[in-house]
Design a protein around this ligand. Structure first.
Ligand code: CIR
Length: 262
């Protein structure tokens, strides 16, 4: 069974971290409504949604992806690059410990889950303002013995690696189809994969969340959505422009993993 761990939108969302966006007023009620519709999309695609409570002093806690990396064998509890976000971590670790052995990233390692793009057993990790070389080293040490490869890629122009590239369809051995903003990452760095480029009018459109054969995708990128649909990729469109004002998108609002059926 697939579990989607999510986290409540904080009443303090308007105080979120911002790196590449100017601060704009955020309507928390509207963000909460959009988040509920996102969760409904995950449930429709077969995930059991488990929502953790948020807190007013954790403005970014809805972006739960940044706190942990959950693989079949274990979960890595991350040290988010923004110090203000580290208080989000313990509650997520507590929720995950029932499902996976935990490995804790240690200082001075830093990593946001938004920087980790997994294609099967290949992990591409963005070296960004949130993720450092020591974090990448620790990830390698934990995961190479389990058969994963870890490749570091420089991220420029955007917050996380997955702002620039996400997987939208599964492939064979070499990986499937990636949705990419070529202005932020060179498609060639991923090796032998098929690439769909975002529409030039939609720089932030490369973040998509694949669940099985379907893709949860923001309603506010119609041009790129059309490209994906033309490529035969089924989309479950969700409204998320209010959360986007906090520099979040669709991968960042859940941790997806499998657990044995009861
Ligand atoms: C932050 O800057 O940390 C949040 N305002 C947005 C985090 C988005 N996370 C993600 O895309 N994985």
């Amino acid at each position: 069974m697939k579990v989607a761990l999510t986290r409540e939108v904080s009443a303090g969302l308007a105080q979120c971290e911002l790196t590449h966006l100017a601060r704009r007023p955020i309507d928390v009620a509207r963000a909460r409504d959009q988040h509920a519709r996102y969760e409904a999309a995950l449930a429709k695609l077969g995930a059991r949604v488990q929502r953790l409570p948020g807190a007013p002093d954790m403005p970014d806690c809805v972006f739960i992806e940044d706190t942990a990396l959950v693989l079949d064998e274990l979960a890595i509890i991350l040290r988010p690059g923004a110090a203000a976000r580290r208080s989000e971590v313990p509650a997520v670790a507590q929720a995950l410990q029932a499902c996976r052995p935990l490995v804790w990233m240690q200082p001075p390692g830093l990593m946001d889950g938004g920087d980790v793009l997994r294609i099967g057993k290949r992990l591409f990790v963005g070296r960004s303002s949130r993720t450092n070389d020591e974090g990448i080293r620790q990830l390698r040490t934990a995961l190479e013995p389990l058969g994963y490869t870890v490749d570091a890629l420089d991220v420029r122009g955007c917050l996380h690696l997955k702002s620039a590239a996400t997987e939208v369809a599964r492939g064979g051995e070499q990986g499937g189809v990636l949705l990419i903003n070529p202005g932020w990452i060179t498609p060639g760095v991923f090796g032998n994969v098929e690439v769909v480029e975002v529409d030039g009018r939609e720089a932030y459109a490369a973040n998509a969340l694949r669940i099985g054969e379907s893709v949860v995708y923001p309603e506010h990128f119609p041009w790129t959505a059309e490209r994906l649909e033309r490529r035969g990729i089924p989309l479950e469109r969700v409204p998320c422009d209010e959360l986007a004002k906090a520099e979040g998108a669709v991968t960042c609002c859940s941790l997806l993993f499998d657990i044995p059926d009861a």
